[in-house]
Design a protein around this ligand. Structure first.
Ligand SMILES: C[S@@+](CC[C@H](N)C(=O)[O-])C[C@H]1O[C@@H](n2cnc3c(N)ncnc32)[C@H](O)[C@@H]1O
Length: 806
């Protein structure tokens, strides 16, 4: 298997892989033991543990973490285990005597409280072979467990579901009081592994050697179920990859002669062996047809011949009755399961509404009692596309999913489904409705919390509204503005239009297409403007304003928009129609574009992103932010907690229309008190200190350096001047001149010399510092250097001539 394949196969890098990495476990399997221990609590009360097949050491790490300090933990594996402090590990095959004696030596007088076994033999030859080796290895582990366990001790082992499974469970039951098989959530669904936790070791004085002898234990498998009648309708269908084909039979096609069937003592067994689901159904259908024909009077003649077959029919009848009984039982069981699942879901919804749990908790918590898949996992369903299919009404996916996910579910569910489709449909529709309802509730709740979502929704509504306006304006015929005393034809048109519009509204209520026409005569009477097109109450209240009181018939869409120009046909035309009086009554308020934009500020949506970018650029700058970040990282809080906490009395502080002085006051005193931790404050302080200290330190250092330089210079000067003063060779005047010269020279800044470096050959294009050049330098070409030297020479000559003339 290529590297790439391996990574993606079985979704290897799942959440437990990353969790293991994050929490420092050597293997994701560590979570299996964590989950088993969470359920059965055996590690905390143990003082001595043996882990058989322990490499790379994930289970050992978990054991060390959960067992009391200074417990004795021993790990053994075929491959070396990287040392873990305070844990004894060694490399050995657990099936050997050497391993046994090594464990004995390590334990000395102790006995183990827990023996773990997560062994997986080198798999890959064939599934059946693998499963058998695994079962055999388990038996060997059990042998060691029996030898080293204390009375009342616990043995945890991994098993594959195979035909040997039941035999092993039987053996466990002989040696332990409680035996439970479970599949932790971290165990992949695609894996056939299952974990058996055997508690309360009975420690019998004498153990029948057959219990631990693979030949004796696994031999019984073949003898066991032979006499058990096969449930033909619900055959225990095995998944191909899990258990492989039956021994010696590698095809799906089976044939048996009618004679064999007739002569057989156990016809049901034969049917179960030979027939598949489809064939069995066909056979039953055929039987029904034959039966109907038999009841048909036209076939009375055949009665005699049928009588001869009475015996056979009786037998069929028995089978049919039995099948019906089984079907009913199964159906009832299925219903019970669904009811339970529904009840659980309802409970979760209530708990979620009470904020007792978050959706994540439900997803984690609703892992079945055996640690199986969550029963109601919208996220998962959404990811896999199942939810989409369910929404479309395809309930098959639920059953398919169940069958796929739950390894223990046998495929007869599908057969049941085929047979009782009508009953199933009812249940499915109910189930679908419930799912829809739950999902809507979920979306609704999510939407309520999500401010961004609301802003987007409102914006969309606003755009929809604008869209309608535009489409109406583009269609001149849609806009009518009519005087009450209009001629009959026009009023006819009106009524036609109104009825049209109402029809349209009835037909397309969701399109919100509004022919917002108002009968002014009505408004005259009632002093009210009535809106067609189902305006919201808010809008109705708005249009109840006396402003619209005396208007005759008003196109509300135009009023809302305040449009004078864009709907060229609208107000001017309406004014003409209504006449001067009506025109006077309408005050046209131009639309304030800015205010609209302010209301639906698109940037508002990106505000969070901006903050995120800022946080990324300069880090978290408030103690509150650092506290939250720490809590998130330490898992003291979840994302959902933060969202929940966002809903408080400060959430919807509407500032609109409040006086300025009040807002100022609020700004100063009405502040949300977000709790901060000491550590967060400390972290922020440290950062500020570091920020402050950086430039100051540099400057201080530079200043200090300068000061030292000056002091040195002064000290030198002092020495020189002292020497000059003490000399007797100079006059007082000469001494003073020399000292003042020295001081002025010391004060003059020393010009740093810039060295000219001639770029030659390969160095011409070289931009870096040339070799062997220290201090300031300037790259020049040879010409420039020669010119500079020539200039220097000329200056020197001129200078010397002048001096001579003087
Ligand atoms: C799934 S790993 C165990 C993982 C372990 N529980 C952990 O958490 O790190 C299975 C181990 O069984 C070991 N194994 C298989 N057959 C064995 C044998 N006969 N004796 C000892 N170890 C064996 C393999 O070497 C392998 O390391």
């Amino acid at each position: 298997m290529g590297k790439k394949d391996k990574k993606t196969a079985k979704g290897r890098l799942d959440k437990f892989y990353y969790l293991a990495k994050e929490q420092g476990y050597r293997a994701r399997s560590a979570f299996k033991l964590i989950q088993l221990n969470k359920k059965y609590n055996f590690l905390e009360k143990s003082r001595c543990l043996i882990d058989l097949c322990a490499a790379p050491g994930g289970w050992l790490q978990v054991a060390k973490k959960h067992m009391p300090v200074s417990s004795l933990i021993i790990g053994v594996d075929l491959v070396p285990i990287k040392p873990i402090s305070n844990i004894i590990t060694f490399q050995e095959d657990i099936t050997t005597d050497k391993c046994r004696s090594t464990i004995r030596n390590e334990l000395k007088t102790w006995k183990a409280d827990v023996v773990l076994h997560d062994g997986a033999p080198n798999v890959g030859i064939s599934w059946l072979q693998d499963a058998f080796s695994q079962a055999e290895l388990t038996l060997k582990a059990l042998k060691l467990a029996v030898e080293f366990l204390n009375k009342g001790g616990t043995f945890v082992t991994k098993l594959f579901r195979s035909k040997d499974y039941n035999n092993l469970i039987w053996v466990f039951n002989q040696l332990f009081k409680k035996v439970e098989a479970t599949k932790p959530a971290s165990s992949r669904n695609v894996s056939a592994e299952i974990f058996v936790v055997c508690r309360d070791f009975l420690a019998p004085k004498k153990i029948d050697s057959k219990f631990l002898d693979p030949r004796a234990v696994f031999k019984e498998v073949e003898i066991g179920p032979v006499n058990k009648p096969i449930d033909v309708l619900h055959p225990e269908k095995r998944k191909r990859q899990r258990e492989g084909y039956e021994d010696g039979n590698y095809t799906l096609y089976k044939e048996i002669s009618v004679l064999d069937f007739i002569n057989s003592d156990d016809p049901i067994q034969i049917l179960g062996d030979v027939l598949g689901k489809k064939e069995f159904k066909n056979l039953l259908k055929w039987r029904n047809i034959v039966k109907e024909k038999k009841q048909d009077p036209s076939n009375e003649n055949d009665e005699n011949s049928t009588k001869n077959n009475d015996e056979k029919v009786d037998e069929d009848q028995i089978i049919q009755d039995e099948l019906d009984k089984l079907t009913k039982e199964k159906q009832a069981q299925l219903k019970r399961l669904r009811r339970k699942a529904n009840e659980k879901r309802q409970k979760n919804v209530v708990r979620m509404q009470l904020k007792m749990i978050s959706p994540t908790d439900i997803a984690l918590e609703s892992s079945g009692p055996d640690g199986g898949d969550p029963l109601f996992d919208l996220k998962q369903a959404d990811k896999t596309g199942v939810l989409r299919k369910i929404r479309k009404g395809d309930m098959d996916v639920i059953l398919e999913q169940d069958i796929d996910d739950d390894d223990i579910v046998i495929e007869d569910q599908k057969l049941l489904k085929d047979k009782d489709e009508d009953n199933e449909d009812n249940i499915d529709i109910q189930f679908e409705d419930e799912l829809d309802e739950l999902y809507e509730q979920y979306v609704e709740r999510k939407a309520e919390r999500d401010v961004k979502y609301r802003v987007r929704k409102m914006r969309k509504e606003y755009e929809d509204w604008n869209g309608i306006q535009k489409s109406e304006s583009s269609d001149d015929n849609d806009v009518k503005f009519v005087h009450p005393q209009d001629d009959s034809s026009s009023s006819d048109n009106d009524s036609e239009l109104e009825s049209d519009s109402s029809n349209e509204l009835k037909e397309e209520p969701t399109k919100k297409k509004k022919k917002l026409l108002t009968n002014i005569s009505e408004s005259d009477d009632d002093s009210k403007v009535k809106m067609a097109g189902g305006l919201s109450k808010k809008a109705e209240l708005f249009f109840d304003n006396p402003l619209f009181k005396d208007s005759k018939k008003i196109d509300v869409s135009d009023i809302k928009d305040g449009v004078t120009k864009s709907n060229g046909h609208s107000l001017k035309r309406k004014a003409d129609d209504i006449g001067e009086d009506a025109n006077d009554d309408i005050e046209i308020v131009p639309r304030n574009k800015d205010s609209d934009e302010e209301m639906w500020d698109a940037n508002e949506v990106d505000e969070d992103e901006k903050k995120m970018m800022r946080a990324k650029e300069i880090g978290l700058i408030t103690a509150e932010a650092v506290t939250l970040a720490q809590q998130l990282v330490n898992r003291q809080k979840t994302k959902y907690d933060l969202i929940d906490e966002g809903f408080r009395r400060y959430t919807y502080n509407d500032r609109e229309g409040l006086p300025g002085w009040f807002l100022d006051d609020e700004k100063q005193h009405n502040k949300l008190n977000v709790p901060v931790t000491k550590e967060a404050v400390q972290a922020i302080r440290e950062r500020m200190k570091a920020l402050n200290a950086r430039p100051i330190k540099k400057i201080a250092e530079a200043k200090a350096r300068k000061k030292i330089r000056v002091m040195r210079k002064l000290a030198k000067l002092q020495k020189k001047t002292d020497a000059i003063i003490e000399t007797s060779d100079m006059t007082e005047k000469e001494k003073a001149n020399t000292i003042s010269k020295m001081v002025s020279k010391a004060q003059n800044k020393v010009k740093k010399e810039v060295k000219l470096v001639v770029a030659k050959g390969s160095a011409k294009g070289n931009k870096g510092r040339p070799k062997g050049v220290k201090g300031r330098y300037k790259m020049v070409d040879s010409r420039l250097k020669k010119d500079a030297q020539a200039l220097k020479r000329v200056n020197q000559k001129v200078g010397s001539r002048k001096r001579r003339r003087k």
